[in-house]
Design a protein around this ligand. Structure first.
Ligand code: OVM
Length: 405
């Protein structure tokens, strides 16, 4: 630990606010203090129990019977508070209600369905990288030009969204991920646009708004077959639009940041582009674009000798579990040589990210195109984070590249 980094002492870590800007910007010190303080830590400010070690986070994620999602996976407890929007039928639901929407979306986003997109996404990535290398100087913002531009090109098309209003997608997702946290300044800043952005997204989920070949239309077709009700279909489409854009944008940004700060790993990827998928998972482990989710205890649960009371919220630090030295060798190192499987950056268990294959295909397409065309990529200025209550996200990622000859 460096001398300038403030590390909360074990005795006061229970007073920390994990959603305060200092911890959102630099979560490492708080994560270390939480892991050191024990397998479970009571956070007094919010009266929730926090899990920050890999073993307990993983155990909670797979134990959906005790650690429920139906009362919301943010701080708000839907038993007592009205959610900011009708709850997700996947994320904020438990079996048995959860299972039909999950199985429909799993099929819509499964690897066979993605094979149709593969060639198109690869050529789009190649065109994008060629255009960036041709148009930009050697120094540019890799966040806007690559990490944000690529998903925003391919994913809304795959859903079957019309061309208008796509600039609303990132602000809507940003708002949804802020809403899992406390009602702090980040949530207040989003408030003026909640109604407008929600109305736009809800309108895009209607059958008439969706192209007949996309994921959205396939969700509606599942309702025609009786696998979902027609009332459920638009809300399952909404899950795609909520969880499918910001996550991949900041996940790709995590990978680009990792490579721009680890030149030897970039050379490794250039020599073996087939490492692109494992590299993306390692970047998801290392940065954990989704930092936290909550559960609600459905009984008094004994966690390593501490009773978590029935009805109370549990805060799971995915980003901390993914850096737990008891689970990972040299946990803070971004390393293409390791096997990152078992990371909880996509969750684990019945709610594990249903779109992870889509994310990996996006990452593979973009990273492979870059690896073939870019000899060196390095930071050429101070990158800037974008603060969000849940997402470890980016605003600006200045890089210098040397194109391959
Ligand atoms: C959803 C959803 C799923 C995962 C994450 C998420 C805002 C939303 O089903 O709407 O974050």
């Amino acid at each position: 630990m460096t001398g300038t980094t403030h590390v909360p002492a074990t005795s006061v870590v229970g007073d920390a606010d994990p959603f305060a800007p200092e911890h959102l910007l630099h979560p490492g010190p708080l994560h270390r203090a939480l892991r050191a303080a024990g397998p479970v830590v009571h956070l007094r400010r919010y009266d929730v129990h926090a899990l920050a070690r890999h073993r307990e986070v993983r155990a909670a994620l797979v134990d959906w019977q005790n650690f429920r999602s139906g009362a919301g996976v943010g701080l708000a407890n839907f038993r007592h508070e009205t959610p900011w929007r009708p709850p997700s039928l996947l994320l904020e639901a438990d079996p048995p209600h959860h299972d039909a929407p999950r199985s429909v979306l799993r099929d819509v986003l499964a690897p066979p369905a993605l094979r149709r997109l593969r060639e198109k996404w690869q050529s789009t990535a190649e065109e994008l990288v060629d255009a960036v290398l041709a148009e930009q100087e050697e120094e540019f913002d890799a966040f806007a030009t690559l990490a944000a531009a690529f998903p925003l090109k391919v994913f809304p098309d795959a859903v079957g969204l019309g061309p208008d209003g796509r600039e609303n997608l990132l602000p809507y997702g940003n708002m949804a991920f802020n809403a899992f946290g406390p009602r702090n300044d980040l949530v207040t800043a989003d408030a003026p646009r909640v109604a407008e952005l929600s109305a736009w997204v809800d309108a895009r989920c209607r059958r008439e708004a969706l192209d007949e070949n996309g994921f959205g239309a396939r969700i509606w077709a599942a309702a025609d077959r009786g696998d979902l009700t027609h009332d459920q279909a638009p809300r399952v489409v909404r899950s795609l639009l909520t969880a499918g854009v910001d996550t991949t944008v900041h996940g790709l940004a995590a990978a680009l940041y990792a490579f721009a700060t680890h030149p030897e790993e970039w050379q490794r990827l250039r020599e073996r582009p087939e490492l692109a998928r494992v590299a993306f998972d390692e970047a998801v482990r290392w940065q954990s674009p989704v930092q936290t989710f909550f559960r609600t205890a459905t009984a008094d649960i004994d966690v390593a000798g501490t009773v978590v009371p029935e009805g109370s919220k549990i805060l799971m630090f995915l980003g901390s579990a993914n850096r737990d030295p008891d689970r990972w060798d040299d946990a803070d190192r971004f390393d293409l040589g390791r096997d990152p499987s078992g990371h909880v950056g996509f969750g684990m268990g019945i709610h594990q990210c249903v779109g992870q294959h889509v994310a990996r295909l996006e990452a593979e397409s973009l990273l492979t195109a870059l690896a073939r065309r870019v000899e060196r990529i390095e930071l050429c200025g101070e990158p800037r984070r974008h603060l969000n209550n849940t997402l470890r996200s980016w605003a600006f990622l200045p890089v210098r590249v040397r194109p391959a000859r």
